[in-house]
Design a protein around this ligand. Structure first.
Ligand SMILES: NC(=O)c1ccc[n+]([C@@H]2O[C@H](COP(=O)([O-])OP(=O)(O)OC[C@H]3O[C@@H](n4cnc5c(N)ncnc54)[C@H](O)[C@@H]3O)[C@@H](O)[C@H]2O)c1
Length: 275
C-alpha cells in the first residue's frame, strides 16, 4: 500500500517531537521548521528550513504539492509577557495558520490536522472550579480568557471557512485541542488549591494516546459531518476517570480509543495530594 504523504510544520518543536516516532515508518514524511535545530540544540537534517509565515508562496508551494495531509504544529512563541506583545504575537499565529491553510488549499492537499488547545475555551474552567459545570463539549461557544486561547479560537473558525466549501472546494479540517501533553509533576501543585491539580488530571494525554489521536485524525477516510462539512474540533485527552473536556465526538467520528487514565498513571501521587 502506498504511504500517505504527510507534511509536518514545526517539525523541530515539542509536540512534533512526541508525534514523529509514530509517524516515521508509517508515512512518507516532509518535515518543515523555521529552525534546523531541535529543542535539544541538535541538527535535524531531515527538516527543511522554511519560514511559513514570511517566505513567498511560490517558494513554499513545492513543499505542499503532492501532500495528502498537513499536520500543523508550527507556533511562534511570544518573547514578552505583556498583553500587547502577546496579542501582537498571537495575531502572527493566526496569520501563520491562514498561510498554511491557503498553501494547502492552493496545492491540492486533502486535509489539515491542526494543533489547537483547550485554551480556546479556557474560561470554562471558572465554572468548573466553582462546581457549576462538569463537562465542556467541543461545539460549545469558545470562550478564551487569554490572547493565546483567542488566537486558537480564531484559527479554528478560520479552518471552518476553508472546510465548508465557500472558497471553491472543501479542505478537510480537524482541530485538536490538546490539554496536558506531559507527565504531571505533583510537586508543582503542592502550594496550589487542589482543583488546580485535578484540572491537570482531567486534561492529561499520554504520548501513546496523543499519537493515536493524530493517526486517526490523519487516516479516517470520511470525516464529513451531518451537513457534509469535513470539519471537527476534538479535545486531546486520555481515557481519564476524571473528565471535563468531552471526547465523545472523537470516539464517534474517528474511533479514538485512548488507553491511558491519569487516575491510574498517577495513583500514588493522587493518594498523597487529594487525601
Ligand atoms: N506544548 C504544550 O504543552 C501544548 C499544549 C497544548 C497545545 N499546544 C499547541 O501545540 C502547538 C505546538 O506547540 P509546541 O509546544 O510544540 O511549540 P514549540 O515552540 O516547541 O514548537 C513550535 C515549532 O514551530 C516552529 N516555527 C515557529 N515559527 C515558524 C514559522 N514561521 N515557520 C515554520 N516553523 C515555525 C518553531 O521553530 C518550533 O520548532 C502550538 O500551537 C501549541 O499551542 C502545545
Amino acid at each position: 500500500m502506498t504511504k500517505l504523504k504527510v507534511l509536518v510544520t514545526g517539525a523541530n518543536g515539542y509536540i512534533a517531537g512526541l508525534l514523529l516516532p509514530a509517524f516515521r515508518d508509517r508515512y512518507d514524511l516532509r518535515l518543515v521548521d523555521i529552525r534546523q535545530k531541535n529543542r535539544h540544540g541538535e541538527l535535524a537534517p531531515a527538516v527543511v528550513a522554511a519560514d511559513l509565515l514570511n517566505e513567498d508562496s511560490a517558494e513554499l508551494s513545492g513543499l505542499f504539492r503532492g501532500v495528502d495531509v498537513v499536520v500543523h504544529t508550527a507556533y511562534i512563541r511570544p518573547t514578552e509577557k505583556d498583553p500587547q506583545s502577546s496579542y501582537d504575537c498571537e495575531r502572527k499565529n493566526v496569520d501563520l495558520a491562514q498561510r498554511v491553510y491557503q498553501l494547502a488549499f492552493d496545492n491540492g492537499v486533502r486535509r489539515v490536522v491542526c494543533t489547537s488547545t483547550n485554551q480556546a475555551a479556557k474560561w470554562y474552567e471558572q465554572p468548573y472550579y466553582a462546581k457549576l459545570k462538569d463537562r465542556v463539549l467541543p461545539d460549545e461557544y469558545p470562550k478564551p480568557d487569554n490572547f493565546y486561547g483567542w488566537a486558537k479560537a480564531a484559527y479554528e473558525s478560520l479552518g471552518f471557512l476553508y472546510a465548508c466549501g465557500s472558497l471553491g472546494r472543501k479542505l478537510e479540517m480537524i482541530q485538536l485541542r490538546i490539554v496536558v501533553p506531559r507527565e504531571i509533576d505533583a510537586s508543582r501543585f503542592k502550594e496550589l488549591p487542589p482543583e488546580r491539580y485535578v484540572r491537570d488530571l482531567t486534561g492529561y494525554i499520554s504520548t501513546q494516546d496523543l499519537q493515536q489521536l493524530y493517526l486517526r485524525s490523519i487516516e479516517t477516510e470520511s470525516i464529513a459531518d451531518e451537513h457534509g462539512v469535513p470539519f471537527h474540533i476534538f479535545y486531546g485527552v486520555s481515557n481519564n476517570a476524571r473528565t471535563f473536556w468531552s471526547i465523545s465526538n472523537a470516539r464517534k467520528v474517528i474511533g479514538y480509543e485512548p488507553e491511558d487514565d491519569s487516575e491510574q498513571r498517577f495513583a500514588a501521587d493522587i493518594a498523597q495530594m487529594l487525601k
